[in-house]
Design a protein around this ligand. Structure first.
Ligand code: ATP
Length: 218
């Protein structure tokens, strides 16, 4: 079985995430995409993130209604608590799926995330444990976001959300995938909801229903 690990805050999960996961299944031939919501991302201010329980439920509802069995929620980072490091997650998942993998795990990220990869904890270990799949995302997503709702680095994280990915100088082996550029981000969706603007078709139907039922991001 070929499994791709897709980590994110998913605050909330949106159609850009769904499109990326579908690309992994259809175009790269993976059998499963594991959605791994972070508990506390090392690089985002936790006070802006709604509870893990809400994020888990939105992903669970999405995976039950979309993906024809190829999408699955993986709760290990939330179960572990504390700051979520990808190297710990990949170590755990490699053991969990021992004997079931036809090749090592893949780890999926957008290119704005890849631009900061070198500043992560243990990037060498992440690259050793997983094939890195980098998806080209739209170039100025972060520029579209107003500072009020944008992510701010937390703790001692020294990254910069506006850095551009440079494939030629990326030091680790990777698979680079061009995917349609959906101009969607969780930040923009949170802003739209709090301003009473339309957001219905920016998120999968199950996520829309959950946000409405629970008055999230108002
Ligand atoms: P936020 O706006 O709160 O930072 P986000 O929309 O960037 O959130 P995350 O949950 O932080 O979403 O992202 C998880 C992963 O999904 C990252 O690898 C990111 O590159 C990717 N991703 C996010 N939005 C898109 C999109 N529109 N198209 C493709 N990939 C995306």
């Amino acid at each position: 079985m070929k499994i791709a690990v897709f980590g994110g805050t998913f605050n909330p999960l949106h159609v850009g995430h769904a499109m990326l996961a579908d690309t992994i299944i259809r175009e790269l031939g993976y059998d499963k995409v594991l959605f791994v919501p972070t508990f506390q991302p090392p690089h985002k201010d936790a006070s802006k993130i709604i509870s893990a329980q809400h994020r888990l439920k939105m992903i669970e509802d999405f995976c039950a209604s979309e993906g024809s069995g190829h999408f699955e929620l993986e709760t290990c980072e939330v179960d572990r608590g504390g700051i979520s490091y990808t190297s710990d997650t990949l170590e755990y998942l490699t053991k969990k799926y021992e004997g079931k993998l036809s090749k090592k795990l893949a780890f999926v990220m957008g290119d704005e995330v890849a631009a900061e990869f070198d500043k992560w904890r243990n990037p060498q270990k992440v690259s050793a444990l997983a094939d890195l799949i980098i998806i080209h995302r739209y170039p100025d997503v972060k520029a579209m976001e107003s500072s009020l709702y944008a992510n701010k680095p937390s703790g001692d994280y020294k990254g910069d959300f506006s850095v551009k990915f440079d494939l030629k100088n990326f030091k680790y082996p990777c698979i680079y995938v061009e995917s349609p550029m959906l101009p969607v981000s969780s930040t923009d969706i949170r802003r739209r909801i709090s301003e009473g603007k339309s957001f219905r078709y920016l998120v999968p139907p199950a996520v829309f229903d959950y946000i409405i039922e629970n008055n999230l991001y108002d």
